[in-house]
Write a protein that binds this ligand. Structure first.
Ligand code: SAM
Ligand code: SF4
Length: 334
């Protein structure tokens, strides 16, 4: 077990808990087929969503327990009213040293200056293809041009940009090599993600045709001298670089779940469900606790209890669910 640092909470498997992924909304302006059904999406009533005040209070309490990094996600974060003001407030919470965001890039461009101003360093941009037609087939909205422009605007503004591309059999595997090629002249990280079963389509579990090994051999078919980079301690991706290229390439084995041993993250859904693993179905609801008048001290103790009962990995978490996976990633935040 690694040496434990005081003031950081370690779970029952000796993993530090330092990172919160905060889904601020379940709404979205795209309909990526791996994430949401095309029609019939039932958004939750606003009264069920955590308010900004509730999120700020929760993050403050978590920061006292050693959470120092927050990633905003969703749904699409920027569709929530006054998101940028909320981000400013989050960035001012003592102990939160790193504030990042995952976004689909449609509304993001106009907030670049403010994100820089508040100290956001890294932006994850979802872009599964470099082909406008395939973008429409995947995201079911004709928004490729704006997302592609946002990518370069973010790079020009000096953000550390990671492009998230979910690899889908028969949909965008032709994009793997062109996406890698983007790293030749741009200091960007392209991260290929194994497709997970969180598509909101009900209880169906896709067979994983493109796992990390297959994605890696596809890349090596064109770039045989691809170099392995050293992965940072809590990295979810295996990272590589084509020699002399400016950017790098990562593969996230989200379905194979090879990264659980170093997992330092928890998730809060837009409705306040706390997830201590991506694959669990929520260990408690923070919204209900806050609205029932819990004190910060009791909230802290509640967090401590659940952190000491984390599943070892995503397989154990999945076995412990009350129901089979049928939810959409918009409710989880990726
Ligand atoms: N709307 C924002 C976006 O798309 O970047 C943030 C929320 S989205 C749910 C967060 C990440 O989850 C995205 O990078 C998306 O590609 C990924 N994602 C969504 N559904 C997925 C699935 N079924 N399998 C793997 N990744 C998925
Ligand atoms: Fe929306 Fe992001 Fe899900 Fe696509 S992946 S539907 S952009 S929440």
């Amino acid at each position: 077990m690694p040496t434990q640092i005081p003031n950081i909470i370690y779970d029952n498997h000796g993993r530090p808990i330092t990172y919160l992924r905060l889904a601020v909304t379940d709404r979205c302006n795209l309909r990526c087929f791996y994430c949401m059904p095309e029609v019939g999406v039932k958004y939750l009533p606003k009264s069920k969503l955590l308010t900004y005040e509730e999120m700020l209070r929760t993050v403050s309490v978590l920061s006292e327990l050693g959470i120092s990094k927050v990633r905003i996600t969703g749904g699409e974060p920027f569709v929530r009213h006054n998101m940028i003001d909320f981000m400013y407030q989050l960035s001012e919470i003592e102990g939160i040293n790193e504030l990042n965001i995952t976004t689909n890039g449609i509304l993001t461009g106009k907030y670049i200056r403010q994100m820089k101003e508040m100290g956001v360093r890294a932006v994850n941009l979802s872009l599964d293809t470099l082909d406008k037609k395939r973008f429409f087939e995947i995201a079911r909205r004709d928004e490729f041009d704006i997302v592609y422009k946002t990518l370069f605007d973010l790079l020009d503004a000096g953000f550390e940009v990671k492009v998230n591309a979910v690899v889908m059999d028969g949909k965008n595997t032709k994009d793997i090599l062109p996406l890698v090629e983007l790293t030749r002249n741009h200091k960007v990280s392209i991260r290929f993600i194994e497709e997970m079963p969180f598509n909101g389509e009900g209880a169906h579990y896709p067979k994983l045709e493109w796992n990390l090994h297959r994605i890696l051999s596809e890349i090596k078919s064109k770039y045989p001298d691809l170099q392995k980079l050293t992965d940072s301690p809590n990295s979810t991706s295996y990272n590589y670089q084509v020699p002399n290229y400016q950017g790098n390439v990562g593969i996230i084995a989200a379905f194979s779940r090879t990264f659980c041993g170093t997992c330092n993250r928890i998730r809060l859904t837009a409705t306040g469900d706390l997830k201590t693993c991506l694959y669990d179905d929520g260990v408690l609801n923070i919204r209900d606790l806050l609205r029932s008048g819990i004190t910060n001290e009791d909230l802290k103790n509640t967090f401590l209890q659940v952190f000491k009962n984390r599943p070892k990995d995503g397989f154990e978490a999945e076995r412990g669910r009350k129901s089979v996976i049928s939810e959409s990633m918009t409710t989880i935040g990726g």
